[in-house]
Design a protein around this ligand. Structure first.
Ligand SMILES: [Zn+2]
Length: 149
C-alpha cells in the first residue's frame, strides 16, 4: 500500500473548488432567516454585495463583522419601521450624509449618519462612529449578492 500517495491524493480532493458550493445563497438577504446567527453568511467571504436598486458595488462579505456577538441585528425605529441589518467594517460603495447624531442610536456609544448608495443614492443603512471605532449597519433587504458563474 502506498500511503504517501493516498494521503496526497485525498488531500487534493478535499478542497472545494470555487463555484461548486451547494448553497445557492438564494433567500439569504431577504429576511427569511429568523435568528441572528447565520453560518451560511460566512461561507463565501469573497462574495461581493451590491446595491439591490442599481447594482453598484457596496461591500463584500469579507468585510462583515460582529457587534455584541452578532453580524445581523434587527431593530425598529421610532417611526415603527423594522430593519434587519448586517454589520460591516467598511463599505467602499457607500457615501454618507447628515451630521452624526447619537439620537435613538441602536448601538450605545455610537453616533450614526446615513449611508447611501454611491451609485443611485438609495438609503442602504447607517454609518456608526464612536471615538475610535466605526462600522456600517446595512439593511440586508437593500443588498443583492453578486452571482459569479
Ligand atoms: Zn444603488
Amino acid at each position: 500500500m502506498n500511503t504517501a500517495y493516498t494521503r496526497e491524493h485525498s488531500g487534493r480532493f478535499a478542497a472545494i473548488p470555487r463555484g461548486f458550493r451547494s448553497d445557492s445563497g438564494k433567500g439569504l438577504l431577504d429576511g427569511q432567516a429568523k435568528t441572528h446567527d447565520e453560518p451560511k453568511w460566512k461561507s463565501s467571504p469573497e462574495k461581493r454585495l451590491l446595491c439591490a436598486t442599481c447594482g453598484h458595488y457596496i461591500t463584500s462579505r469579507d468585510r462583515s463583522r460582529e457587534m455584541s456577538g452578532n453580524h445581523v441585528h434587527v431593530f425598529t425605529n421610532p417611526a415603527g419601521f423594522t430593519f434587519r441589518i448586517g454589520c460591516f467594517s467598511s463599505a467602499p460603495g457607500c457615501i454618507t450624509a447628515g451630521e452624526p447624531t447619537g439620537d435613538y442610536t441602536w448601538f450605545p456609544g455610537y453616533d450614526w449618519s446615513f449611508a447611501l448608495c454611491g451609485g443611485c443614492m438609495a438609503h442602504l443603512g447607517w454609518l456608526y462612529e464612536s471615538g475610535s471605532d466605526s462600522f456600517y449597519g446595512l439593511i440586508l433587504a437593500e443588498l443583492a449578492e453578486e452571482y459569479l458563474q
